[in-house]
Design a protein around this ligand. Structure first.
Ligand code: ASP
Length: 602
């Protein structure tokens, strides 16, 4: 009689001291096998963890014989009696470590080929191999935990929004282009030759239409698709926590999202995060941190020292200031211990992202206990300018100051890069702290110098601040929007805005973005039409679920938050997608490939 594997009594890691003396039936995969003088020990694994099996040749010769045939990753069902492990053999690192199962019966449900890598958290296998055999990679406990945590996060999010009266509504996947600034994935239509659907870059327009339909509070865990250029930690398809609300201002959206994040943090980490989250103006973030996604877990703010730098004799500073640029400094607490090798290395890396060099000074005290600069560009400063810069930056003995000079955008880029890298290298980032913040007062547009036109900072449906509407005609560059970003520990989790709900304003913004009235009608005619039918004021946000997952679980890679991810080259190494298709299929779709790799002939 085969073992009734469908009558499993518990999961592996659940077998514990309470079971001692009882018979249990478990199922799982063979992790490893040890032989101790005729006695065979096998660890069996399922999604909860491991349990140790003991095969005694005297008690059950048949099982003992089967145990001899077991290899890694064989799938088995086991029945046996739970016994306390002898003293001294208890494994405190294992949930089931106080017990073992004395096996009475075992069935091999299926055999396994030798896996291409060990099924363990520490694996030597490179990622390519792991992704090719993703179903085995997913057997590794670290990835099992990751996907289970993802499930718990999504459940907590759904709980929150349900409690708040939101309605989860699915929006189409086969749709029309949604402008989020990336390239679309297109799907050719067979029924309408020469026409294409686009996969949604976000449900943006649909969620706004749902507000016009009167649903009032919408939420969706939404799959989005963006055909962007290769970047290590990007996926062509990703998941957003997407929401929209009617009759709200930004503060209402902040409130719902803050309580959602607090609920998730409580569920996942058992921590209470302080609310409300700080609101940081875009301008201030750029000035103080050089980025619109600042990590405020550590200080190291950027300080403008242009006035003092002007008095120095350092050419780089003088040239930058003469060209209308700025000089900013960043203090590294205790940084005077950094070696020349370390700072040279940083300077090299900075050159890689376009900086000219890395001026620095170390901060010491002279014989009269006055602050003195040493090394680097110290010789260009008089005692007065030294005191001025030390005062502005708060630099004290043992610190180091880095400088950057040039156009504000470049200085921001270089110093914010430096700030992050140095904080990491010098271990200045406190562990287990969660710094959420909102970036507000975001500019409406940025100038696209190549195309000589304005681009939306967020997307074209974002409303300008009411008081800035007159500037739309006179000085669009100064218009601030009602857009916002949510940032956690220096990573942008997502953006949102209060939307435009007036057709005339929407047309005006499209116009400023160089979208002609004909194009407006062609691309967004249905939205402009809908805005004629009593649209409510509304706003919302979308947060990247994969990023939230990565930050909350401390995983290094976005791919490890996903079941079957793609590589940085947007390939699935397991299914080998994207792949060529039959010529017949192409013909049906009225398509002809011009690519060098041809369709599979049929
Ligand atoms: N659709 C926007 C995005 O994907 C989010 C939003 O404005 O709600 O970034």
């Amino acid at each position: 009689m085969p073992l009734p594997y469908h009558e499993r009594t518990c999961y592996c890691a659940e077998v514990g001291e309470d079971h001692v003396g009882q018979t249990v039936l478990i199922t799982g995969w063979v992790q490893n096998r040890r032989d101790h003088g005729g006695m065979v020990f096998i660890d069996v694994r399922d999604r909860t963890g491991l349990v140790q099996l003991k095969f005694n040749p005297d008690r059950d010769p048949r099982s003992h014989e089967i145990a001899g045939r077991l290899r890694a990753e064989y799938c088995v069902a086991v029945r046996g009696e739970v016994a306390a492990r002898p003293e001294g053999l208890v494994n405190p690192n294992l949930a089931s470590g106080a017990v073992e199962i004395e096996v009475h019966e075992i069935d091999i449900l299926s055999e396994s080929a030798t896996p291409p890598f060990d099924i363990a958290d520490d694996t030597e296998a490179n990622e390519e191999l792991r992704l090719k055999y993703r179903y085995l990679d997913l057997r590794r406990p670290v990835l099992q935990r990751s996907l289970i945590t993802r499930h718990r996060i999504v459940r907590a999010i759904r709980e929150h929004f349900d409690r708040e009266g939101f309605i989860e509504i699915e929006t189409p996947i086969l749709t029309k282009s949604t402008p989020e600034g990336a390239r679309d994935y297109l799907v050719p239509s067979r029924v309408h030759p020469g026409r294409f659907y686009a996969l949604p870059q976000s449900p943006q327009i649909f969620k706004q239409l749902l507000m016009i339909s009167g649903f009032d509070k919408y939420v969706q865990i939404a799959r989005c698709f963006r055909d962007e250029d290769l970047r290590a930690d990007r996926q062509p398809e990703f998941t957003q926590l997407d929401m929209e609300m009617s009759f709200v201002q930004a503060e209402n959206v902040f409130d719902v999202i803050e309580r959602c994040m607090a609920h998730v943090m409580k569920q996942i980490h058992g921590v209470d995060i302080p609310r409300p989250f700080p609101r940081v103006a875009f301008d201030r973030a750029m000035n103080e941190y050089g980025t619109d996604a600042p990590d405020t877990r550590y200080d190291m703010k950027l300080i403008d020292v242009s006035a003092a730098a002007k008095k120095s004799e350092f050419r780089v500073f003088a040239d930058a200031l003469a060209a209308g640029g700025v000089v900013r400094a960043m203090r590294v607490p205790g940084g005077a211990t950094m070696t020349r090798k370390e700072t040279d290395r940083l300077a090299d890396d900075l050159r890689g992202i376009g900086a000219g060099g890395l001026p620095l000074v170390k901060v010491a005290q002279d014989d009269d206990s006055r602050i003195a600069f040493q090394t680097g560009v110290a010789k260009f400063f008089t005692p007065e300018t030294t005191a001025e810069i030390a005062g502005a930056t708060g630099a004290g003995e043992g610190d180091l100051l880095f400088f950057a000079a040039g156009a504000p955008a470049d200085v921001c880029k270089h110093l914010s890069w430096l700030r992050t890298v140095v904080a990491r290298k010098r271990d200045l980032i406190p562990k287990n702290e969660w710094h959420f913040l909102w970036i507000v007062d975001v500019p409406m547009f940025e100038w696209n110098a190549d195309e000589k036109r304005w681009d939306s900072m967020h997307h074209p449906f974002t409303a300008p601040r009411d008081e800035d509407v007159p500037l739309l005609d006179s000085d669009p560059g100064r218009v601030l929007s009602q857009g916002y970003d949510l940032v956690l520990n220096g990573t942008e989790l997502g953006s949102g805005s209060v939307r435009i709900h007036r057709a005339d304003v929407q047309r005006k913004i499209f116009g400023l973005l160089n979208i002609t009235p004909e194009q407006q009608q062609l691309r967004f005619g249905f939205l402009l039409d809908a805005l004629r039918y009593g649209p409510p004021p509304h706003g919302g946000i979308a947060l990247g679920l994969d990023r939230i997952m990565m930050l909350l679980t401390g995983l290094d890679s976005l791919r490890d938050t996903l079941s079957f991810p793609k590589t940085a080259k947007a390939q699935d190494l397991m299914t080998e997608a994207p792949s060529p298709v039959d010529e017949k299929q192409l013909r049906e779709l009225a398509l002809k490939s011009t690519a060098a790799t041809e369709a599979t002939p049929t």
